[in-house]
Design a protein around this ligand. Sequence first.
Ligand SMILES: [Zn+2]
Length: 252
Amino acid sequence: MAVVQAQRDVFHVRGHAVNWILLRDGRDLTLIDTGYPGDLAAVEESITRIGHQPQDLRAILITHCHIDHVGGASRLAARYGIPVYVHAREVPLARGEVREQASPLDVARRCWRPRVARWALEVVRAGGTRPPVVPEAAALPGDGPLDLPGRPTPLPSPGHTSGHCGYLIPDAGAVATGDALVTDHPTGPGPGPQVLAAMFCHAPGETLAGLEVFAEAPADLLLPGHGPLWRGDPRRAVAEARAHAPAGYRPG
Ligand SMILES: [Zn+2]
């Protein structure tokens, strides 16, 4: 696990297979995404590494209900009495009424390579086969800047899941892009702005269109759910990801 201080009050935490983000405002923190179930101790450690304690969390925001992003959410919420929010369209996934996730074994079967097989094994060990539910998650309390550390502003970006939502962190000129736009993944072609393989996406075509919200964001720093942070014009990142979208993203 590596804690990368992306801006003065913005930390991009690289877990062993997925990232999460900490936003700081004085003594208070917002956590965006919570890793795999097996990442819970690492999430707590990332908080102590920046000189805080989990009790400083004011809220958990979830970009989307896949197990690598909601793994620790319920236990953190219960342990520290913290609210958990998802986009309104993601609430049925959070409750387990709808499922929009490929299993790691499906993934390994559908794109067998040694690197992918190793990844699938790690994912299973990290609790990646558990249902990606957070029954206590509520719909986001607003559309504009939220009254939370970092003033995260929801950027709905449906496609990867129906209620996938990134967040603009206005004062930092940063965007948490979740899994709609990533910069590396064991099943991908190598580093660089990209979309995940279509099998991970509920609606691939919608995902590409949904990237517009990131292209237009007043930001010069992207904080993806997978891969390292990326600095530059988000329009360029989105253009690159669209241009190289893998099979399954476009008809024909
Ligand atoms: Zn993910």
